[in-house]
Ligand binder design. Sequence first.
Ligand code: BDR
Ligand code: CA
Length: 311
Amino acid sequence: MAVSVALDVDPGIDDALALILALRSPEIRLALVTTVAGNGPLVMTTRNAVRVLDHLGAAHIPVAAGAAAPLEKPFHGALNYHGPDALGGVDVPERRTHIEARAAHDLLFNFAAAAPGERILVATGPLTNVARAFQCHEEMPSMLRELIIMGGAFGLTPFGKGNQTRYAEFNIWQDPDAAYTVFHSDVPMTIVGLDVTNDPSGAFDATDLARLRTGTSREAKLAVTLVNYAISRHEYCALHDPLALAAALDRSLFEFATGHVEVVTRDDEQRGRTFLHEGAPATSDRCIARVASGVDGPRFKRLFMSRVLEG
Ligand code: BDR
Ligand code: CA
């Protein structure tokens, strides 16, 4: 049976590609989408999530807006990478007129509490909503079957270096205080960070784009526009967030290292830096995190292609 998944996103080109992959994957049922300020301001990321879902015939999936700014630090976007609308200027209108009235963190709790131990939350933006949910509902971490995060750079591969600063990955750097809260909970956690998502073998290049262009589905066409925007400006299209989603689809795509994870919350040059203490034992306030240390990039790309090109 398909596993119920909630996606907490900040679309964002690669968040939108993760939504596309989620909607085309029979292993999961996308039950809830929550939005957070990250790649763009909250109004923009919420609008983008709605635009993508509605365009792909998924207007029935509830969308709730979450945090407009990190827990303690000021907000910084990434429009320089994702374009002025954070979605590469894609021509997709917004159809639905209402989003959920309740706050994202409460709906995330309801999602987990509806079936304790069974549901997966995938977070592909800053962790502000997840931290708020954990702060407001202390029992929530133990209710999730798993939290999968796109974030961090752990030095586990040559690609595990910062992309926002020399040390830090964007999502974690944006709200390191939220990451601290999440890392110090007992949630079963899998982290897919730059160590694998910046591995070029798992990114789309011009050859992949040409293959995507053969697709006739709405999903394929939207993916072409998004990937084309990224490639035309950055040479290749990194698939950070789809890779995190892929951990919920096929675990065998990855290798993992395990231990405690730590984050620097200080506002100095190391802000947002993440560490893995391999082999550290589980404690009452710390689970053993699994941090991706290798990926079969070509197999992942074949998975993505098959999902949007077939059927
Ligand atoms: C992460 O930062 C964002 O810009 C992307 O959407 C991704 O979630 C990569 O560091
Ligand atoms: Ca993202």
